[in-house]
Design a protein around this ligand. Structure first.
Ligand code: FAD
Length: 458
């Protein structure tokens, strides 16, 4: 290809394609190189298929528990082939839409595995694609632990877990982070006897401690088992499945072991080192505009340090496109990134945990309030439970919003406005929330933190 592009993007996942769409919208000439499928992890192996699986689980749960609402029904079985057809249908429709969008925006889409061979050149299918700017967006892969070999059958990662043709009767999930607890929720609802093994002292250890407590309480009620605070030692394959052994000698048997111990950046073997791109550990090091040490080379998404979330990748892609186009974009405030875990109950949070807020402002300079969702009508109607926890700087804005409960994921939209606009509880308290909604609990929590609780004993 003899043309020189304004931007050559390596990797067509959330970060890469968002950059391509915004750059072409700004009139830049864009090439997007992708070795697998446009849409990357989020669309094909992450956000979308996992949420479809979780929704299928919710439907099974609703049918199983319908008598609690006076509706008699019987769950006669889970047809995983049909569940996969439903899930793949959702992915397929979005994939088609995305392909159309990229084509419509005039992006030159190149299929093939690319390699950075110079600061302005990506080589793909034996061709040199030249760009005034290059954006690295090659994403991440599922990590494992030393000595823990993934065979794709009995010992699997989330990629394999999305394509099972039957529900494992008994399953072990190694890792109680976001991906681990989401699969635990889905498989439990679909009928598996699930045990989570987490080496740290609680599930979702990156979240505020009260969220872990709320989730653990809900998981106990659902019959999801978990063993926390002891690390994995080894796994043996048995005639029927796997035996997992922990460092304290405890053993667990199951049909299948899902390894969900996090994701590492796909940063090696693509010429980055050879061309002189600087690293921050395994990630690519960047400044606040996602620029690497090489002035015309940028990097976005899971490849760089920071939260591994699709919406972070989207925003970084947009930021880079606007920077390249000569606009003046605002750097991303990573504390202002909404985080949602989509098991049932959902967990959603913004800003600082209580520990982080105490570290930043001093223990005596923060105030917290926990609103128990037992007092929320809609949560009662849904037969759910949970809490909203607010953290404010004393006489200052809300610096942390943490929720566990049904539909918490949808309420994050309001939480992120409150946090990012640095609202005081007194600013939110007079805003009306529709009754009966789960979101009115957000209003109640702010009323209470502003010193005028309504449906709360004071
Ligand atoms: C099970 C699971 C569930 C998730 N759920 C959520 C969620 O609910 N919400 C959320 O926000 N995030 C979620 N994520 C995270 C989200 O998927 C990632 O943060 C996001 O996909 C990162 O985007 P990216 O562009 O950096 O990388 P990717 O989406 O991984 O895209 C990288 C692309 O680069 C391509 N590529 C790699 N090397 C080359 C090469 N040499 N040449 C050409 N192409 C190459 C790959 O094929 C891939 O398509 C989930 C992830 C997983 C695994």
């Amino acid at each position: 290809m003899s043309d020189v592009f304004d931007v050559v993007i390596l990797g067509g996942g959330s970060g890469g394609y968002a950059c391509a769409l915004r750059a072409s919208q700004l009139g830049l000439k864009v090439a997007l190189v992708e070795k697998d499928k446009l849409g990357g992890t989020c669309l094909h192996r992450g956000c979308i298929p996992t949420k479809a699986l979780l929704h299928a689980g919710e439907v099974a749960h609703t049918v199983k528990h319908s008598a609690e609402f006076g509706i008699n029904s019987t769950l006669t079985g889970v047809d995983m082939t049909a569940v996969n057809t439903y899930k793949d249908g959702v992915v397929g429709r979005l994939y088609k839409g995305l392909q159309g969008l990229v084509k419509h925006r005039g992006v030159t889409y190149i299929e093939g595995a690319g390699k950075l061979v110079a600061a302005d050149t990506v080589e793909v299918n034996g061709q040199q694609i030249k760009g005034k700017h290059v954006v690295l967006a090659t994403g991440s892969y599922s990590r494992t632990l030393p000595g823990l070999e993934i065979d794709g059958e009995k010992i699997i990662t989330s990629e394999h877990a999305l394509n099972l043709t039957s529900v494992p009767t008994k399953s072990i999930i190694l890792g109680g982070g976001v991906i681990g607890v989401e699969f635990a929720g889905a498989w439990n609802s679909l009928g598996s006897d699930v045990t989570i093994i987490e080496g740290l002292s609680r599930l979702i250890p990156a979240d505020d401690e009260d969220m872990s407590k709320g989730l653990e309480k809900a998981f106990r009620r659902l019959g999801i088992k978990f063993n926390v605070g002891v690390r994995f030692k080894s796994v043996e394959k048995t005639a029927t499945g796997v035996k997992v052994i922990l460092e304290d000698g405890k053993e667990f048997d199951a049909d299948i072991l899902l390894v969900a111990v996090g994701r590492g950046p796909s940063s090696r073997g693509m010429g980055y080192e050879e061309v002189g791109v600087a690293y921050a550990g395994e990630h690519i090091a960047v400044d606040q505009f996602c620029r690497t040490n090489l002035p015309n080379v940028f990097a976005v998404g899971d490849l760089i340090p920071g939260p591994q979330l699709a919406h972070v990748g989207f925003q970084e892609g947009i930021l880079v496109a606007e920077k390249i186009a000569g606009l003046n974009p605002r750097p991303i405030d990573y504390a202002g990134v909404p985080r949602v875990t989509y098991c049932d109950p959902e967990v959603a949070s913004m800003g600082l945990t209580e520990v982080q807020a105490a570290e930043k402002y001093g223990k005596d300079n923060i105030a917290t309030f926990k609103y128990d969702l037992a007092g929320n009508g809609k949560t009662q109607i849904l037969k759910s439970a949970g809490l909203i926890k607010l953290i404010r700087e004393k006489n200052g804005p809300v610096v942390g919003i943490h929720m566990v409960g049904a539909r918490a994921g949808e309420m994050i939209a309001e939480a992120q406005l409150i946090y990012n606009w640095e609202a005081m509880p007194e600013d939110v308290a007079p805003l009306l929330h529709a009754h009966p909604t789960v979101s009115e609990a957000m209003g109640e929590a702010h009323l209470a933190l502003a010193g005028k609780p309504l449906h709360v004993h004071d």
